[in-house]
Design a protein around this ligand. Sequence first.
Ligand SMILES: NC(=O)c1ccc[n+]([C@@H]2O[C@H](COP(=O)([O-])OP(=O)(O)OC[C@H]3O[C@@H](n4cnc5c(N)ncnc54)[C@H](O)[C@@H]3O)[C@@H](O)[C@H]2O)c1
Length: 348
Amino acid sequence: MNNKIVRMKVLVTGAAGFIGYHLCINLLNANHSVVGLDNLNDYYDPNLKLARLKQLGIQEQCLSENVLYNSSLPTKNFKFIKLNLEDREHLPILFQNEKFDIVVNLAAQAGVRYSIENPFVYAESNVMGFLNILECCRNNNIEKLIFASSSSVYGLNEKIPFSTNDNVDHPISLYAATKKSNELMAHTYSHLYGIKTIGLRFFTVYGPWGRPDMAMFLFTDAVLNNKPIKVFNNGNLSRDFTYVDDIINGIISIINKFDSINFEDSNYKIYNIGNNKPVKLLEFITEIEKTTGITAQKEMMPMQAGDVESTWADIDNLIADFDYEPKTNISEGVASFIEWYKEYYKKN
Ligand SMILES: NC(=O)c1ccc[n+]([C@@H]2O[C@H](COP(=O)([O-])OP(=O)(O)OC[C@H]3O[C@@H](n4cnc5c(N)ncnc54)[C@H](O)[C@@H]3O)[C@@H](O)[C@H]2O)c1
């Protein structure tokens, strides 16, 4: 594979989100130029999204809708726009004006459990929003598209580790169903319009600046505040926890090597991006206890609707094609999350 890195103009949607923020920082450090988009919704505390944007040189007081702002940090070739993915008036204008080399779609309504209570927002952001992205790619001759899928598409799959060759026709949450829909929609557009497209099935991403609705954050927050943690399925769960830097290194490798990817006879590829080392939930809690020095108050709960018992990524294809190598073990990852959490929330 040819490893010469070409400087690109990248659209990152979901830029104020957990993974999007880390991706923007790392793309800028790798000398790419980045436009970030996010609607800054209140699914979780928007102040965390604003704080991430501040790190990128975007201040809260200049965040009118549909206005493209420049980063105040002279070292950062970053612009930000507050915009809905499903905005069919303004998204096409952004694409026409900015002429992106590559689009990375991370914006989505995330979360398995929330999709039980709020199904329509998943259809709006994840289906209509993604269709708008695909249409803008089509109409602006975008040749490269990467989009976020999820390990949740494996649903009731019992064969482990989960392989991209496995059948994924049995999702068990609307969130998973919208992610599987994204894969089908992306395949269609890549076939019809020649957009070279890569879907990434993320496996439980955690790390600094992480999402407040996810176990890493919820457990740490509860333990440090002497509150009980809810341990679902009586702790009989395991997750292929993947540290955010490993995820980002994987995405950056794909972006940098995009031109030399062998798409064989289609324009579409799907990869798992995980750690390939599932961790039992109770071991995960033990790591939090070790790092904080506090014993968790565990409240054992039944299995939750929409959840799966275990996830485990087969990452052989990503290793073969991009030399992907997750490097962060769970102890290191948990320690660096807790260090960030304490600093951010000023906890001792
Ligand atoms: N974090 C994980 O473990 C994980 C696992 C599997 C898949 N994913 C997927 O990866 C992507 C990024 O996840 P994350 O953990 O960073 O989540 P996140 O919620 O922190 O980031 C998503 C961002 O998208 C924005 N957004 C949502 N709907 C939007 C819309 N309609 N228009 C514009 N912006 C919108 C949100 O404001 C948010 O800032 C998502 O697509 C998610 O489904 C994440």
